[in-house]
Design a protein. Structure first.
Length: 113
């Protein structure tokens, strides 16, 4: 196929690591939380309104959960953040304390635009 025969690639905004994949179900979200905790990473929850999600820092929900090992606590806090800000995107980040980087980061709840 020649270059001038190709159409325009329809781009769309996506969010974070799994943005190009279908939405995760509860079991897949739990598996990602378990992976973050199994690696000893510190979970942190952030939220932001969709209108600001790509051009602003996201607000931190409480402090990062340093030393957290209970998946239920992380899932409960994700739900609490979503209830408090139902129109916001809510994402979970797993911070690797050793390398000082994000080990994982994905949007759990997508807000309403």
């Amino acid at each position: 196929m020649a270059v001038n025969d190709m159409g325009n690639y329809d781009t769309r905004n996506t969010l974070e690591t799994f943005g190009f994949l279908p939405k995760m179900d509860n079991n897949e979200i739990q598996a990602q939380v378990a992976y973050i905790l199994a690696n000893g990473w510190s979970p942190a929850i952030e939220h932001e309104h969709p209108s600001n999600a790509t051009d602003a820092y996201w607000a931190l929900w409480k402090l990062p959960f340093f030393g957290e090992t209970d998946m239920g606590n992380v899932l409960d806090e994700l739900e609490a953040c979503h209830r408090a800000f139902p129109d916001h995107h809510v994402r979970l980040t797993g911070y690797d304390n050793y390398s000082q980087t994000q080990g994982s980061c994905f949007v759990v709840f997508e807000g309403r635009s």
